[in-house]
Design a protein. Structure first.
Length: 218
């Protein structure tokens, strides 16, 4: 078995969506003083590598704690979109991966944008799905779509059209993935288990791609 860690480190002063509060991580206790170490962590639900539940945008839709745990794990494929034209991941590109999509629960979009993490460039100009590409992907019984960008929509988007398309079809969205380049294009498993928080619109995850050997049992 080979496991690829696809998650950014959560820490103080990390990149966050523009206008969002940064997490605060402090030592609540220490081994030296109290005899044990414990952190106090204050952060919003969409920090770092995280899941958007449909309830994040659409009123009355599912929160993460209401979604069956099997929806956060499954077969996956990767679509390379590093050379996307005009910052758009279009219908023609995603259609070229139809055979891989048909046998996958998750689609991971590799734009290469994670290399700009900790750089102001990370927040602008990144590729996003076009509306027709998002609608076409939702015609498959996939569980969710992940991407190595800060959002499924542009940061200056007011209506969040791609979020709404995916979420209206009850797909989860995984944002801020990283290190997708070495992951194979297909035939791997993807895990994005969230914290089980009541009425959660989102949650940080430790996302991973899992490549099994013939002898592995799952």
């Amino acid at each position: 078995m080979k496991v690829f860690d696809l998650s950014h480190l959560i820490c103080n002063n990390m990149p966050v969506y523009p206008g969002t509060e940064q997490p605060e991580i402090i030592n609540a206790t220490t081994i030296e003083k109290e005899g044990y170490a414990e952190k106090k962590i204050t952060m919003l639900s969409h920090v770092g590598t995280h899941i958007d539940a449909p309830a994040h945008i659409l009123e009355g839709y599912e929160t993460l704690d209401k979604i069956n745990i099997c929806k956060f794990f499954g077969s996956a494929c990767k679509i390379d979109a590093i050379d996307s034209k005009n910052g758009k991941i279009g219908l023609e590109l995603v259609k070229s991966h139809k055979s891989s999509i048909e046998k996958s629960d998750f689609i991971l979009l590799n734009t290469g944008w994670s290399e700009y993490w900790n750089n102001e460039k990370y927040f602008e100009g990144y590729p996003t799905l076009t509306a027709d590409a998002a609608e076409w992907l939702c015609s498959f019984p996939i569980k969710g779509i992940g991407m190595d960008t800060i959002s499924a929509d542009c940061c200056n988007s007011k209506n969040l059209p791609i979020h709404k398309i995916l979420m209206s079809h009850k797909k989860i969205i995984i944002e801020n993935l990283t290190s997708l380049l070495p992951v194979p294009k297909e035939d791997f498993f993807f895990s994005c288990l969230p914290l089980k928080i009541s009425d959660s619109d989102g949650s940080p995850v430790r996302a991973a791609a899992i490549l099994l050997n013939n002898k592995d049992i799952i």
